[in-house]
Design a protein around this ligand. Structure first.
Ligand SMILES: [Zn+2]
Length: 253
């Protein structure tokens, strides 16, 4: 039994109070021919597990909630068996989870998101002032943004060298690097879209060849492990500090 995993606890363990909870969120979508549909959920879950493990070693009691395994996929449905859950549905689910935490006096939450199509920031703004729970959010792959280009040769967007390296580190038995494509993408006929002056929901089956964006072929387990260790160290420090911090009128400033 892991003392942080709510799914493994009994009433005996939950008599003692928890101040901070972590909610991992993922997706169920194609990740090229080389990494699995569950990658995003595996990443956020394993990273959250390691964050909890680190925090518990240092005396913090962080609670790990069960992972939400689905994400927003409206523009990636061109690939078989992608499962789309609307952002409004995810927001409702997360709001209910936050209300449950508030009911049980767990007043601090970190959402660890594993999928770029999920956008919880507007929900955080909506909930601000409406719940007493302090809600924070980390897109895990952005946590080491400052070292990304030092660690990886080809930083892309999806099932790329970063994501594939992390897959090799965390779920290596499910990776088939020999099947990886080159991760090249098609340009739009509009310069404004290619330059990012205008945003669209890119139809992934037209934009990409095999759902990969960025060349994954230089991915290694060592690069993935190094990046995960950095992310875990940064997020573990955050939740440890968060647990200790008093929620006074000026919190979190
Ligand atoms: Zn992914």
């Amino acid at each position: 039994m892991n003392p942080w995993r709510l799914q493994e606890l009994t009433l005996k363990e939950t008599q003692k109070k928890y101040k901070v909870a972590i909610l991992p969120v993922g997706s169920t979508e194609a990740h090229g021919y080389h990494v699995p549909y569950g990658s995003d959920a595996f990443h956020s879950t394993v990273i959250a597990e390691r964050v909890c493990s680190e925090a518990w070693k240092k005396g913090s009691r962080i609670l790990l909630l069960p992972t939400v395994p689905y994400g927003v996929q409206g523009n990636t449905m061109g690939f078989p068996l992608t499962i789309n859950v609307q952002q409004s549905v995810l927001d409702s689910l997360v709001t209910d989870i936050i209300q449950s935490l508030e009911h049980h006096r767990v007043m601090k939450l970190l959402i660890i998101n594993g999928h770029g199509g999920n956008d919880f920031k507007p929900l955080l703004r909506t909930l601000y002032g409406k719940t007493k729970v302090f809600v924070s959010l980390a897109d895990w792959w952005k946590v080491g943004n400052d070292v990304l280009k030092k660690t990886f040769e080809n930083v892309g967007e999806h099932a790329d060298e970063l994501e594939t390296s992390v897959d090799l580190a965390l779920i290596g038995h499910l990776v088939h690097l020999e099947n990886a494509g080159v991760g090249s993408v098609r340009s739009s006929k509009f310069e404004a879209i290619n330059k990012g002056w205008v945003a669209i929901a890119r139809p992934w089956h037209l934009f990409t060849k095999d759902s990969t964006v960025g060349d994954p072929r230089k991915a290694t387990k060592a690069k993935g492990e190094a990046y995960v260790q950095l992310v875990v160290a940064r997020l573990a420090k955050y939740v440890i500090d968060l647990e200790k911090s008093r929620m006074d009128a000026r919190f979190p400033y």
